[in-house]
Design a binder for this molecule. Sequence first.
Ligand SMILES: Cc1ncc(COP(=O)(O)O)c(C=O)c1O
Length: 357
Amino acid sequence: MVQEIPLFRAYPKLVSVPWVSVVNSPTPVHKMEELTRILDNGEIWVKRDDLTHETYGGNKLRKYEFVFADVLKKEKKKILTQGSIGTNHGLATAVHAKRFGLKTHLFLLEQEPSPTVLENLLCHHYFGAKLSLLKNKLHRKLAVKTKLLLDRKAYSVVIGASSPLGTLGFVNAAFELKEQIDKKLIPEPDKIFITVGSFATCAGLVLGLELAQLKSQVIGIGVTDPSWSSKEATLDLATKALELMRSKDSSIPDVSKKLSKRLVVDHSYFGGKYGVSTEEALEAIELAKKDELKLEYVYTGKTLGGLIDYSRKSKISKNEVILYWNTKSSADLTPYVKEMKYQDLPKKFHKFFEEVQ
Ligand SMILES: Cc1ncc(COP(=O)(O)O)c(C=O)c1O
């Protein structure tokens, strides 16, 4: 039987892990001609996970191929998940849960209301998510727990869908990249720059690269609090995902001790607080436009900003192939936003729109 995804092609016994198709894969890879020319230091390539889906893409969809399958297997009907008001993860949940007949309830905290944040907030409502605004992380946790106790059809997805199961989405992504290298669509990267938020994306990638025996080093650019999204936490999640895989197929090698040496997690571009913009991110957004990429400053701008700074500081050398993994959806949300008034949202959320007027 032809296996549907690269991970199952590599390890056929893993087909017992529930999986549903969410992503338009493989996502394209191409050289960033302009950035390569401007930096004049190595070849810069991009993996276009902004294109994982035409309605709303980005990295979260890869995790949901495994997480939605688990929700459906357990016959749950509603997803409860958490984030800040502009959460991309929450929007990915709302848009794609709907395709599987699942409802979404988002438990949100305040964040700086940038235009992108407000656009996402309007879209959460547009795509039918129920929204609750909580005072702090403890309140948010309690609200989810209470809801879970009261509703037997509810399923709680951890922040960013960064569970060991969600992490498999990026182990699969590494095997997808390997297939693209084997087909000579991209040279094997020496370094891969990727965003580290709730860290499953980076954890899965590091684990997948090791299992696929690719040489690439991973530079994870931290965009959330360093005490949370540390290298240790990322490796711990990768190890848990590996344990999950080995519980289904014991022939998968225990590579947990080998992961550390291919990973750097660097918070130098974080800017001191989640969600704030930085000079490096704003410059990266402008430079990326030359290669027709649409970035933002909370996640992807900081990551490309890190890559640019590494290049300028000669932490990248002339003969290297560098891959920038683009994780934020580039789908145009304006058609949905145009149909919405902020007054349509629950009253507690109006202040974010009134503050910016
Ligand atoms: C656009 C974007 N890129 C990257 C990330 C980081 O992914 P992860 O939370 O798996 O570290 C996130 C979420 O935090 C995101 O929304």
